[in-house]
Design a protein around this ligand. Sequence first.
Ligand code: COA
Length: 177
Amino acid sequence: MFIYDDILMRLVEDNDFDIKYLVDLRSHSDIWMNVGNIKMLNTYIEEKWLKKMMDDDSQNYYIICSVKDNCNIGLIRTDQIEFINKSIRVGCDIHPIFHGMGYGFKSMCMIKKYFFDYYNMNRIWLMVMEKNTRALNLYKKAGFIEEGRQRSAIFRDGEYQDYIMMSILRSDYGLLK
Ligand SMILES: CC(C)(COP(=O)(O)OP(=O)(O)OC[C@H]1O[C@@H](n2cnc3c(N)ncnc32)[C@H](O)[C@@H]1OP(=O)(O)O)[C@@H](O)C(=O)NCCC(=O)NCCS
């Protein structure tokens, strides 16, 4: 596990407790509507997917926990890790009961600390839908910069949205410290 301030990230376990937590989190409409994959989940699908993911070194799921309250707060997703280019894609979902309490920002700080200062990455990037204002604001506040857009790449709620690519480089991170 990696501790940052009063939160930590730990790898998801292949057990009923974590699987149920992931299904509940990802199925909440507030999360589900804002992530790239709109496919519905149940425990069976999640368990199968998780097992496959655990055998794949290029991606990971981490649960974010409050150290103080000893409870789960949300999820960090990583994939497309490239050790030669030192680049990784991340995503962050906070459970709606904890929205607006600063956990999203703190989780992005933890992501930067872990992947720049320990994993030795040079670039952390992510994709966000153009109408996801909360996430866009969060990523900008965390120092991410728009790199480009996949035009009308996501169909959601009856319309197409741009899918925005954002990143932060180690050099940007150095300036923030
Ligand atoms: C996006 C998300 C991670 C933000 O987490 P959070 O813990 O609520 O965010 P924080 O409380 O740390 O707020 C950090 C910043 O995010 C932005 N933000 C948060 N809530 C916002 C809102 N309701 N409206 C606009 N901006 C908002 C602000 O810039 C805020 O900084 P500020 O408080 O100084 O204004 C969370 O809303 C979430 O999980 N949403 C659903 C899933 C999702 O969209 N995931 C990202 C997919 S790319």
